[in-house]
Design a binder for this molecule. Structure first.
Ligand code: GLU
Length: 325
């Protein structure tokens, strides 16, 4: 069924169900489970942050929010699925810096427009970037890391959450700024990448903190530095790359709630109000912070402006680092 037909049918259904002319609307919404598409597999930061919100949203909505992981192609497969869904509030999903900031500048034929094809709901949280190594890698800090890489150009591989994503872009920038060389191995998400790094198959990873944090804490990974503008309370001893002398080197990722463009305004308002209430509640904030994520919870307009700025920011990085697929 094409999108226009679906739209007309759901308008008709809304008119019959609510006895009102026009669109599906928030009265009674949702009357059935809501699907949340997470464009990366379990184990990555998108799944960690998205699932935290999905679990909590079910209660105020009075319907289960069912998570569906749709990983692949740097998150662009799941992102395309969100863009193509019927805009009735029953399919929502998570946008990340990779699907809506970096990929649009790198994928030659992206099946969605990161600005026009989505309705933003709220940006949930920001997560610092981090470089970690397996304990068998012969470096315990930034200085040793650089020394080993410079002594062995091209000998080491690094893992990322996907080709064209923030981990890939972040490390390519790092290589240019530090004068080092490593070979990229892109995975379907940070979850599968971490599995290989923890097994010692790939020694280095550019990750988003939430997925690595438990392994840094239990010593299974060593943190080399944070791609963030300041140190964080979760890892007070890990320096930022900026303080280590890498000018402006920062790559914060964000995870926001979106749906397809064309959603009824009152459904957007309801999803925004309930999500923001959760994100700003003390226990949810504490859970995010424990996961290495910093709460946001803004308006749909503010989140849309963030995406627009991020597309421009990552275009400059893509051009500078000459990342091509
Ligand atoms: N936002 C991260 C990325 O796009 C998430 C990776 C993941 O969840 O696997 O690289």
């Amino acid at each position: 069924m094409n999108r226009r037909r679906e739209l007309l049918m759901s308008m008709a259904a809304g008119a019959v169900a609510g006895g009102l002319p026009g669109w599906a609307h928030a009265d009674g919404y949702p009357t059935r489970p809501v699907k949340m598409v997470i464009p990366f597999p379990p184990g990555g930061s998108t799944d960690i942050v998205g699932r935290l919100l999905a679990t909590r949203l079910s209660e105020p909505l009075g319907q289960t929010v069912v998570v569906e992981n749709r990983g692949g192609a740097g998150g662009t497969i799941g992102a395309a699925e969100i863009a193509r869904a019927t805009p009735d509030g029953y399919t929502i999903g998570i946008a990340t810096v990779s699907t809506c900031g970096t990929a649009p500048n790198i994928y030659p034929k992206l099946p969605y427009d990161p600005i026009k094809d989505y309705q933003t709901i709220t940006n949930i949280a920001a997560v610092p970037g981090i470089i970690v190594v397996h304990p068998s890698f012969p470096a315990r800090n930034f200085a040793e890391f650089i020394k080993v890489l410079k002594a062995n150009p091209g000998r080491y591989n690094y893992a990322s959450s996907g080709a064209g994503g923030v981990g890939h872009m972040g490390m390519e920038m790092f290589k240019i700024q530090s004068g080092t060389f490593m070979t990229h191995i892109g995975y379907r998400g940070a979850g599968p990448a971490l599995t290989d790094v923890l097994a010692g198959n790939v020694p280095i990873m550019w990750d988003n903190l939430s997925s690595s944090l438990p392994y840094i804490k239990n010593g299974k990974l060593i943190a080399i530095g944070l791609a963030y503008d300041e140190r964080i309370p979760q890892l007070p001893d890990v320096p930022t790359f900026i303080e280590l002398g890498m000018k402006d080197y920062e790559a914060t990722t964000w995870y926001g709630l979106i749906g397809p463009a064309g959603m009824p305004k009152d459904i957007v308002a309801k999803l925004n109000a309930e999500s923001v209430k959760i994100i700003h509640s003390n226990d949810f904030k504490a859970r995010l912070l424990d996961s290495g994520a910093f709460p946001i919870g803004d308006t749909p307009e503010h989140f849309a402006a963030t995406i627009a700025k991020e597309v421009v920011k990552w275009k400059k990085v893509a051009d500078y680092a000459k990342v091509k697929l």
